[in-house]
Design a protein around this ligand. Structure first.
Ligand code: NAD
Length: 336
């Protein structure tokens, strides 16, 4: 079967997703939700979505009665995810939500609850969780090929432009670089090390307090401690270009990805040599076909992408922001 998806929010990333879906085996764009009538018309014609399947933010709850739509993919500014995911679930649809899932752990829990109550699945758009080189490193680590894991380093950043964009507006973004790009290093540490952190420490530096206002982080370094004794050291920034590297070291050897979280191609090597895996498809094509298998066939992904998994990142982001404020170590209880 094919997953019939409505895209909600027709901005920059939605364009990339829409193009990638054209190469999917099991996904079709059957609905569009936008606040801009011209975009609905343009995208509707381009992707052959009939007028009856085009909605705006006021009337999209009516997808409830539209059998052409199985799932909604929410691709709007972070602060809007909470309400839009809950409305989609209430309309009886599965939901795929872009990262970060929400702007607080409280919101994340409410979204999980709403989807559960509606009997629908909630997935988060973590495209790296399906990326072949990433999965090869995860496989090597679980097979013990790197030995006992001791250290992970995740460096993620880019230099952000236009100071008026929503990403630099705390109300819409929920934070700064950590919410947007540092989250790749954060969840990368979890799936690369293969454990959940028990403590965090963090430091913030700001070179431009005019562009990066209160609550919008420019650069954060953070450290995570894992139950085995492994540690992660990460950097998230909106002020360096071409910063995109993962490095995992065990007592036997290393695996490195650089670039690690960009749109691709991802490149990697280990102490034994280059990681030679060909991947001709866009990451979002693989992600969406795999998500169709999760939603339609209950396939279990190697690295989970459900709401509970994404909530762990929100809990950690809050812990990192708290560690920045207090300057101390923030402990995480195993029960999250
Ligand atoms: P964007 O600014 O290009 O697009 C956002 C869209 O939301 C626009 O079409 C805009 O019109 C619409 N919108 C609706 N209500 C709005 C409001 N009140 N204020 C501002 N815009 C509003 O942003 P984007 O880069 O497409 O990011 C959208 C989401 O996708 C974010 O959550 C972001 O983190 C995520 N994203 C994920 C990836 C990834 O690789 N997984 C990459 C880029 C963005």
């Amino acid at each position: 079967a094919v997953l019939k998806v409505a895209l909600l929010g027709l901005g920059g990333y939605a364009s990339r997703v829409a193009e990638a879906i054209q190469q999917c085996q099991r996904v079709k764009i059957t609905g569009l939700i936008s606040g801009t009538p011209e975009k609905l018309k343009q995208w509707g014609e381009k992707y052959k979505v009939p007028e009856k399947n085009r909605y705006n933010y006021q009337n999209f709850d009516a997808i409830k009665n539209n059998p052409d739509i199985d799932a909604v993919y929410v691709i709007t500014p972070n602060a809007l995810h909470h309400d839009q995911v809950i409305r989609s679930a209430k309309a009886g649809k599965h939901v795929i939500c872009e990262k970060p899932m929400a702007i607080s752990a409280k919101e994340g829990r409410e979204m999980i609850e709403a989807c559960k109550k509606a009997g629908k699945q909630l997935l988060v758009g973590y495209r790296m969780h399906f990326e072949p080189l990433t999965l090869e490193v995860v496989r090597m680590r679980s097979a013990g090929e790197l030995g006992a894991i001791r250290f992970f380093q995740g460096l993620c950043g880019f230099r952000i432009g236009d100071p008026t964009q929503w990403r630099l507006n705390k109300a819409l973004a929920g934070g700064g670089s950590l919410m947007d790009i540092g989250i790749y290093a954060l969840n990368g540490s979890r799936y690369m090390v293969g454990e959940e952190p028990v403590w965090v420490t963090a430091q913030e530096t700001k070179t431009d307090p005019v562009k990066f206002k209160e609550g919008v982080d420019e650069t954060i370094t953070f450290q995570l401690g894992f139950p085995s004794g492994a540690e992660a050291s990460c950097l998230s920034t909106y002020n360096m270009n071409n910063l995109d590297r993962f490095f995992l070291n065990g007592d036997k050897g290393f695996a490195e990805l650089q670039p690690a979280a960009g749109y691709g191609p991802i490149r990697g090597k280990t102490n034994k040599g280059p990681l030679d895996i060909k991947n001709p498809l866009p990451q979002q094509t693989i992600q969406m076909d795999e998500m169709a298998a999760i939603l339609l066939d209950n396939k279990k992904p190697i690295v989970p992408v459900d709401g509970e998994e994404a909530l762990k990142d929100l809990v950690l982001i809050e812990a990192i922001y708290k560690a920045v404020k207090t300057g101390g170590q923030v402990k995480l209880n195993a029960e999250r």
